[in-house]
Design a protein around this ligand. Structure first.
Ligand SMILES: [Fe+2]
Length: 291
């Protein structure tokens, strides 16, 4: 078999899998499904050659935008709802553990290690609202877990992440904290503001092609990790933020929404935010944020 027509092309290509080299069962499963769905997509839309070439050009331009500070393909996957779906497939919620959501393209590894209660605000803005964030990290039995690392990152009050903004100090609004002997964490940061994902290049082209907007509701990113537990990549969302019910990357989960409340005098901030996390025990897993 090798002579193709519209009816047999999918079977012919799938039959080529592993013909001239060993492939794993997982490779075969992924490629057979990819070929089947790709061919189905082409037939369903009756894709024309000039449209295929436009797609190739688009992907080439997206690739050229990628560098240490920008990962355009994660953005494209987010806009299509792909990353949040992959995350839900990877981390199904089976018990009382906290829900995960997308990592997004703005995480930086090895943020500054900070003492409990420390501030990650390195630059001030006229419109900033300072916040004392605190809560407990517990196991599924409700016990506080000591020694859990929390990598935290958020946008500045101008709506831009530090690594995309030459006017912010390095690692502004990024830090790594650890729970105390009771599983309690605390830090000072700002209330996150809604922001548009970078929509000046190919991500923006995709959004306009879809007729969608680039805006995300206010949120703080977390990676909560300790050896012996499934690492939790998640975000917490401002219950009073714009775009909460129409996130451009579809990352909002009901259980991840929290409320900013008036500050307590002893904290010296404008607002107070409490949020607890529950980690799922998973023997043998590595703490990905512990290096
Ligand atoms: Fe974000």
């Amino acid at each position: 078999m090798g002579i193709v027509n519209q009816d047999n092309i999918t079977d012919v290509v799938i039959a080529s899998l592993g013909k001239h080299g060993d492939i794993t069962g997982r490779q075969r499963e992924i490629m057979a499904a990819l070929i089947t769905h790709l061919h189905g997509f082409i037939k369903e839309t009756r894709l024309q050659h000039h449209e295929f070439l436009a797609a190739c050009d688009y992907l080439a331009r997206a690739g050229k935008l990628c560098n240490d500070n920008r990962q355009e393909f994660i953005l494209l996957g987010d806009i299509l709802g792909a990353e949040v779906l992959v995350d839900m497939m990877t981390n199904p919620v089976a018990g009382g553990e906290s829900e995960s959501t997308v990592l997004g393209p703005f995480y930086r590894e090895n943020p500054p290690v900070m003492p409990k209660g420390g501030s990650i605000i390195l630059k001030h803005y006229d419109n900033e609202e300072t916040v004392y964030y605190e809560g407990y990290v517990r196991d599924e039995a409700g016990r506080g877990v000591p020694g859990v690392t929390l990598d935290v990152w958020e946008d500045a009050p101008n709506g831009v992440y530090e690594n995309l903004d030459p006017d912010q100090p390095e690692y502004n609004l990024r830090g790594r904290f650890e729970t105390d002997e009771n599983g309690h964490y605390a830090f000072v940061a700002v209330r996150p503001v809604p922001y548009p994902i970078p929509d000046d290049e190919t991500a923006g082209e995709l959004l306009r092609f879809m007729g969608h907007h680039p805006n995300r509701p206010g949120h703080v990113h977390f990676i909560v990790a300790k050896e012996g537990f499934r690492p939790l990549i998640s975000q917490i969302f401002d219950a009073d933020s714009a775009w909460l019910d129409d996130d451009s990357v579809f990352a909002v989960k009901e259980s991840l929404i929290g409320k900013f409340r008036p500050a307590r005098p002893e904290h010296g901030t404008d607002l107070h935010f409490e949020f607890d996390f529950v980690l799922k025990e998973a023997a043998g897993t590595q703490a990905i944020a512990a290096e």
